[in-house]
Design a binder for this molecule. Structure first.
Ligand SMILES: [Zn+2]
Length: 314
């Protein structure tokens, strides 16, 4: 974008070599103009396995489908902008579930842009096209329209469809061996009998499969003596995080525990682990802590939090 006059004093700007790049500078007051990407924020709102899209009524890309979103105003945060744009464009009050991804894109009038995309769910309102939109609708993964407006939105929808296509099921012995390798690679607690979880009664190993690839896993052991179940481990490959895979694995764990009519599913996690929020959202409560639980050899000493999901089984 061409900037001609100084925003501070109105003098005509000159170009000055600043070493790393040439910038417009005011010869009168010394003001330096930094041209930065425009920041946009948007949401991927999921409802019953479908995603909310809006058909744009305004340029750019009028008539094309897009995720709800728009430019962040100078006086708001990216989160506030994402929530506001979703309300304005599709009539839904949303709560953000977390950051999905950050995408750079070309082609704003100012040059490059950055899209901050959040996962969200509706907590109110009604799905309907806002002022600038032609229509708003829900689409299943297999029914995403061809004419999605922006590269970043197409990429995000491809990522979402891939996450939706992940299959959650009990592991085979062969997959348990892959889990053991992942465990080695990512340096978790040693000594777990991964194939044992598959072969023995009263325990299970669930895997999240992206086609033939193990991208996450979780295991549960039933403890007969006090009729509780223990969630032994949960893991998702770094490149697959933020897309709800851990949540789906926990749902499988809860189903398994419930089928065995235990009174509670118990878990433990370092208090510093960001994944804690996944447990809390799934309905776990913090039921205790111990600051000497982890061995001193651990690089990041942390307090262990103990979590319980209570079933109504007597
Ligand atoms: Zn000036």
């Amino acid at each position: 974008m061409e900037v001609t006059f100084c925003s501070q004093c109105g003098s005509r700007l000159v170009e000055k070599d600043m070493g790393e790049r040439i910038r417009p500078v005011c010869p009168n007051c010394g003001h330096i103009v930094y041209l930065n990407p425009t920041v946009a924020a948007g949401t991927l709102v999921e409802e019953n396995g479908k995603v909310v899209l809006v058909r744009r009524g305004a340029e750019p890309m009028a008539g094309h489908w897009a995720l709800p979103g728009g430019y962040v105003e100078a006086d708001e945060s990216a989160e506030e902008a994402a929530i506001r744009e979703t309300w304005e464009e599709v009539g839904l009050r949303v709560e953000l579930d977390g950051l999905l991804d950050v995408y750079s894109f070309d082609g704003t009038p100012q040059g490059k842009g950055v899209l901050v995309l959040y996962a969200a769910h509706a907590i109110g309102g009604e799905l309907q096209a806002g002022d600038d939109a032609i229509e708003a609708a829900l689409f299943p993964p297999e029914g995403i329209p061809e004419d999605v407006a922006f590269t970043t939105h197409r990429q995000a929808l491809r990522d979402w469809c891939r996450a939706r296509a992940i299959v959650y099921r009990e592991a085979t012995v062969q997959e348990a061996q892959i889990v053991a390798q992942l465990n080695e690679q990512y340096d978790f607690e040693q000594g777990r009998d991964w194939t044992g979880y598959v072969e023995k009664d009263k325990s299970v190993l669930f895997v999240a499969m992206d086609r033939e690839r193990v991208v996450g896993f979780s295991s549960v052991t039933i403890q007969e003596w006090n009729r509780t179940a223990n969630l032994n481990q949960i893991f998702v490959l770094p490149s697959y995080r933020r897309w709800g895979i851990a949540t789906r694995l926990i749902e499988k764990d809860l189903d398994y525990a419930s089928e065995h009519e235990v009174r509670a599913l118990l878990a433990e996690a370092p208090a510093t682990n960001p994944a804690l929020v996944v447990y809390l959202k799934a309905g776990f409560r913090v039921c205790g802590f111990l600051d000497t639980y982890y061995p001193p050899a651990r690089t990041l000493p942390a307090t262990a939090l103990f979590l319980a999901y209570d079933f109504s089984h007597p």
